[in-house]
Design a protein around this ligand. Structure first.
Ligand code: BMP
Length: 258
């Protein structure tokens, strides 16, 4: 098991939580002191909810205004101080040599794991990302089926694999296992796909499920189908009381999981 998974599972145990917080806050770059304002907002939300989450996810929305070795660095330090793993949601998607450098920069900045897109394939695609992750002892999470309606156009396509007609997401779930990924992303909006992916990966990898709340996914359906963690953004950080919302969501998940 990678250090990332150990850290995540430890946090999930200690905080009794299966919630990964998506810190997708924004301040317009046209506003004066937008960096300071944004950084202050995200640090405040993280500090408020820290005891009710198992990890944190950052994407480009935050990385671009804050900067990898500037504001993001401070956020990673905060999370590390709370013992929380931080996932870079870069959905890495290029040829090998640029993927490799992007991964090195993210890991040098202190990210515990990153998300990559299996559409680019292994050879001179994600192979180099997996070998960098091994070198740094960090994690790679693969997209298997996204939460938005358009996901059906790519992840939901039927493809010929070997001699069989399969769904693209079935092939990706098998790849995640074969490539020894540290987890997969499957949208909470498609519980039947979570169930199918769960059968394929056989409990070997955690399933991270975004789309609960604002996108229409339901905690009960996603976790009954086999989700391991919920990735939640707006239902927490846009609520009046993020701490209470995180507590409510973690409690509901724990109730479903029994
Ligand atoms: P929200 O809970 O506000 O809908 O946010 C969901 C989060 O999960 C966002 O950070 C988004 O980038 C991410 N996400 C998603 O919504 N669907 C996917 O299929 C994959 C994601 O990473």
């Amino acid at each position: 098991m990678s250090i990332f998974r150990e850290k995540l599972e430890k946090c999930a145990r200690v905080n009794d939580s299966r919630v990964v917080l998506a810190l997708d806050l924004s301040v317009s770059t046209r506003k004066k002191d937008y960096r300071e304002k944004l950084l202050e907002m995200v640090r405040r939300v993280l500090g408020d909810v820290r005891e009710h989450i198992a990890g944190v996810k950052v994407n480009f929305q935050l990385l671009l205004p804050l900067g990898l070795f500037e504001g993001i660095q401070m956020l990673i330090e905060d999370a590390a101080g709370y013992g929380l793993p931080v996932i870079m949601d870069c959905k890495l998607n290029d040829v090998g040599h640029t993927n490799e450098w992007a991964a090195r920069h993210f890991f040098d900045a202190g990210f515990d794991a990153l998300i990559a897109n299996p559409f680019v394939g292994w050879k001179d695609g994600l192979e180099r990302v997996f070998s960098v992750a091994k070198e740094y002892k960090r994690g790679i999470i693969l997209l298997v089926y996204m939460s938005h309606p358009g996901a059906v156009e790519g992840y939901g396509q039927k493809v010929i694999s070997g001699r069989k007609v399969r769904f693209q997401y079935e092939v990706f779930a098998e790849r995640a296992k074969a490539w020894r990924a540290d987890g997969v992303v499957v949208g909470a909006t498609r519980p039947e796909i979570i169930r199918r992916v769960s059968e394929i990966i056989g409990g070997e990898l955690p399933i991270f499920s975004p789309g609960i709340g604002f996108q229409g996914g339901l905690i009960g359906e996603a976790f009954t189908a086999g989700a391991s963690y919920a990735i939640v953004g707006r239902s927490i950080y846009q609520s009046e009381n993020p701490k209470e919302s995180a507590l409510r969501i973690k409690t509901e998940i724990n109730r479903v999981l029994g």
